[in-house]
Ligand binder design. Structure first.
Ligand code: PAF
Length: 282
């Protein structure tokens, strides 16, 4: 496994790959790798000849400095995990390499960023759009792999690829969960044992709401009930719990079984913000 720090270094390998007509799969990450990331890597290995995993904690997508400062970094463990998966390249640039100066460009994803993550994390999708565009331009992958846990991020990136006619295929990989259902996230390691146990309210409330909707309960009743469930928790506080169209991210006022729909949730466990989602009609 080769660790590459700059675009110029990578370019030499990229030129080599052109000679042998090999396909390149990119797995963009911010490190602190868990089994969910490794699922992306395994999917990338199954679909491309050369797998590049990028590790870069992108400052421009954090709208909360404390969250950025405390974002877990486990570089040596990450490299061991990637070596065990026989990853070909790890692209690990530093901030100066990626941002020699602050970008003037900003990307506005329109209606997609006025709701949920976009509304609660102003500027977040601009930061994601910029870094993902940079990674696509530097690595020039044929395919890129993202996790379904960040559902709105996937929609934003699909839009980016479409609107800028970027020539690559996006592959969205299902959410990997712990045995008790909690969606894997790099932030989970920061939860105290008590927060970790209350964090189950995210997947439990999604599953409960899904069942109630399928049983015919009106959405406003389902949503109100989930809000009161959260109010009873001592360490969890709900940010949003919405029924949405999984690509357009428009929110529904009621459930319609003829329309694609997913439920999305964001909540704080103490100071740690977690998100999750569950498809109702895929
Ligand atoms: O999903 C993530 O880990 C990040 O948002 C990404 C796509 C690597 C961009 O920094």
């Amino acid at each position: 496994m080769q660790v590459v720090y700059t675009g110029a270094d990578w370019k030499k390998y990229w030129l080599e790959s052109l000679k042998s007509d090999k396909s390149i799969g990119l797995v963009p990450t911010m490190g602190a790798l868990h089994e969910g990331h490794l699922d992306l890597v395994r999917k990338a290995k199954s679909k491309s000849d050369i797998v590049v995993v990028s590790i870069f904690v992108n400052p421009t997508q954090f709208n909360n400095q404390e969250d950025f400062d405390n974002y877990p970094t486990t570089i040596n463990e990450d490299l061991d995990k990637l070596r065990n998966e026989y990853v070909d390249f790890v692209f690990m640039p530093n901030t100066e390499t990626i941002y020699p100066e602050k970008p003037e460009l900003s990307i506005n994803f329109g209606a997609l960023e006025t709701v949920l993550e976009g509304a609660f994390r102003p500027g977040h999708f601009n930061g994601v759009g910029i870094i993902v565009s940079k990674l696509f331009n530097i690595i020039k992958p044929h395919m890129a792999f993202f996790g379904q846990k960040d559902l709105q991020q996937s929609s934003v990136i699909k839009r980016l690829v479409k609107d800028l006619s970027i020539d690559l295929q996006l592959v969205i990989v299902p959410t990997r969960r712990e045995d008790d259902g909690l969606a894997m996230s790099s932030r989970n390691v920061r939860l105290s044992p008590a927060e970790r146990s209350q964090a189950l309210i995210l997947i439990n409330s999604l599953a409960k709401a899904k069942q109630e909707l399928l049983d015919g309960m009106p959405w406003f009743e389902v949503q109100n009930q989930i809000k009161s469930d959260f109010e009873e928790m001592t360490l969890a506080s709900l940010e949003y719990f919405e029924l949405i169209h999984p690509e357009r991210f428009t929110t529904y006022k009621d459930f319609d079984a003829s329309q694609k729909s997913s439920i999305c949730v964001a909540a704080y466990l103490g100071k740690i913000r977690l998100i999750d989602n569950l498809p109702i009609i895929p």
